[in-house]
Write a protein that binds this ligand. Structure first.
Ligand SMILES: C[S@@+](CC[C@H](N)C(=O)[O-])C[C@H]1O[C@@H](n2cnc3c(N)ncnc32)[C@H](O)[C@@H]1O
Length: 264
């Protein structure tokens, strides 16, 4: 069982508030035979040592000390250059374990949250993963360090554009992006092994559950805007039965768009 984070949690946006996973966890899905990879996750174009010491220190505090154990995620976040996704005037804070503003009233999430949510997805090198809320592009880049099959949707066109530029310049050319309302997922590319939503929804969007493969995992904050929300893990088992589990309290920016009230 994961213990509460040791870090002081005073963060307003994208911050974990601690808590423990409930004891009545749903059954783990049976392991699947993964198809042979057609592509490999692509390395970044920057020198691997750029700000590597700061990154390693951040990963120690934000992930390892907090309880993230998955070496794939730890190594991915040691490689992924967060400073390439943070605005210029905040470069000195790029490796703080803090959410940071990225413009348009949005944030790049706190590294602890990025690592913890990614770990819950249990990704492999062949996973097909959908992200809702591209924001800065950082979470997509972390996912792309693990699998080349990353799809990301952002509702705000200027953020989608700047994330695209940042991802390209950092060498994450495999990430597929779309501008639009992520509530409805990406049906043309479904089904997905994993879906991560990085903005708080009032409920679990049914289209996203539908687009999950049997054995797939969906993680998202659920709750009211600008208030305490639950980080919820949805698991679809091999027979298609769906289980949900509340992990811990978080505070994310809200999911916007039609929230299912429109099919446009
Ligand atoms: C906390 S930020 C995401 C952080 C991002 N994952 C990163 O690594 O920087 C939430 C993002 O979700 C986006 N968003 C909100 N509602 C959305 C929707 N319905 N569809 C797609 N993106 C949405 C916001 O515009 C914002 O960029």
């Amino acid at each position: 069982m994961r213990s509460a984070p040791a870090i002081t949690v005073l963060l307003l946006i994208g911050a974990a508030c601690g808590g423990e996973a409930p004891k009545d966890a749903p059954p783990e899905p049976a392991p699947k035979q993964a198809p042979a990879p057609e592509k490999k996750a692509e390395p970044t174009q920057q020198p691997p040592h750029a700000r590597a010491k700061e990154r390693a220190a951040m990963v120690q505090v934000a992930l390892v000390d907090w309880g993230v154990k998955d070496e794939t995620v730890i190594e991915a976040m040691k490689r992924c250059p967060r400073h390439r996704f943070v605005p210029g005037h905040l470069q000195s804070r790029a490796y703080w374990n803090r959410p940071l503003p990225i413009g348009h009233d949005q944030t790049i999430s706190q590294p602890t949250i990025v690592g913890s949510m990614t770990e819950e997805l249990k990704l492999t090198a062949t996973s097909r993963v959908l992200e809702i809320g591209t924001g800065s592009g950082y979470q997509a880049a972390v996912l792309a360090e693990i699998t080349p099959y990353v799809y990301s949707i952002e509702i705000k066109a200027p953020l989608a554009e700047s994330a695209k530029k940042a991802l390209q310049e950092a060498g994450y050319t495999s990430v597929q992006q779309r501008t639009g309302d992520g509530y409805y997922g990406w049906p043309e590319e479904a089904p997905f092994d994993a879906i991560i939503v990085t903005a708080a929804a009032p409920h679990v969007p049914p289209p996203l559950v539908k687009q999950l493969k049997p054995g797939g995992r969906l993680i998202l904050p659920v709750g009211p805007p600008f208030a305490r929300q639950d980080l919820v893990l949805v698991i679809k088992d091999e027979s298609g039965k769906v289980f949900t589990q509340s992990l811990y309290a978080v505070a994310f920016v809200p999911l916007t768009g039609s929230l299912g009230k429109s099919n446009d």
